[in-house]
Design a binder for this molecule. Structure first.
Ligand SMILES: *Cc1c(COP(=O)(O)O)cnc(C)c1O
Length: 290
């Protein structure tokens, strides 16, 4: 595959560069594509089934579904119980993943907690488990490819940025690109939680990794007026970003940095349809919201 392009981007009068990993594919894009790189490179006959678990609006879930479709692998996805409304929706990541052949299994909360850790046990050779959000060691190789592309493209920056869920992307990028500063910010849980997640994938956090503090305590996948406003601002500036992770990262970059930064676009825009519907509902309920 040829390297994804780097675009110029002006936001609030500041110049940024954007690594367009969102352009790889509609469903299998961004850092999920990078994380699944090793599996995508695996011969079809090696596996019959891929198993994963987590939230049912997840970008990782949709990317895995697209990969399994392409590879002709069975895909079984476990989650906690979901609403009947979501089950019937004809838009969003869950609907798309199901259309790509995902088998979805709901587990009661208590059972879920016991069952998930047991997935890795009793596993036969033809099945592979992908931990929540694609936080697997195999992700390292795919992020090495991203790092090599960046080195080759020689963007005129000293800093990169990517928002964190599990922290896999930011960690492996920082490890692979020691000459760049890598900014990130926790979007799921707080800074301590992010660090502990990262430390499950490495022995010590790299020195060039800089964790910026979110402006306030945000809860993942909740609706925030300023998130929507940043989303619109970036869209008006010419590029659509996701509504879950990107807004907080942009807010941190605009408030807490002043140099030119290369932002890694991690995709995830397919999830925006359902998020935007939620924002619309919210704004109808309260005029004060927007
Ligand atoms: C999954 C995802 C992230 C978080 O990536 P991690 O490697 O889990 O930290 C960030 N941005 C977008 C758009 C994502 O889909």
């Amino acid at each position: 595959m040829s390297p994804t392009p780097i675009s110029k981007f002006i936001l609030e009068g500041r110049e940024f560069l954007i690594k367009r990993d969102d352009l790889v594919d509609t469903y299998l894009a961004g850092n999920k594509f990078r994380k699944l790189y090793t599996l995508l490179d695996t011969p079809k006959h090696q596996y019959e089934k891929i198993i994963s678990y987590g939230g049912t609006q997840s970008n990782a879930m949709l990317a895995i579904a697209a990969m399994c479709k392409q590879k002709d692998w069975e895909f079984v996805y476990y989650s906690k119980p979901i609403s009947s409304v979501q089950k019937e929706e004809k838009i969003g990541n869950y609907f798309l993943a199901k259309s790509l052949g995902m088998q979805h299994i709901e587990l009661e909360h208590r059972l879920y907690k016991e069952f998930i850790p047991s997935l890795q046990l009793n596993l036969d050779k033809t099945s592979f488990v992908i931990d929540q959000g694609g936080a697997i060691n195999e992700a390292k190789a795919g992020l090495r490819v991203l790092a090599d592309e960046i080195e080759m493209q020689q963007p005129q920056v000293k800093s990169l940025a990517t928002p964190s869920g599990t922290g896999t992307t930011a960690l492996f990028l920082a490890q692979n690109l020691p000459h760049y500063r890598v900014y990130t910010t926790p979007c799921v849980g707080d800074e301590e939680y992010l660090k502990s997640q990262m430390l499950s994938l490495c022995d010590a956090l790299p020195e060039n990794l800089v964790i910026l503090k979110p402006k306030k305590k945000y809860h993942f996948a909740k609706l925030y007026e300023n998130f929507y406003q940043i989303y619109k601002k970036t869209l008006d500036a010419g590029i659509e970003f996701d509504l879950l992770y990107a807004p907080s990262m942009w807010e941190c970059l605009l408030d807490q940095t002043s140099e030119k930064v290369l932002y890694i676009h991690s995709g995830g825009v397919t999830g925006n349809i359902s998020m935007k519907l939620r924002y619309e509902k919210q704004s109808n309920k309260s005029d004060a919201f927007f």
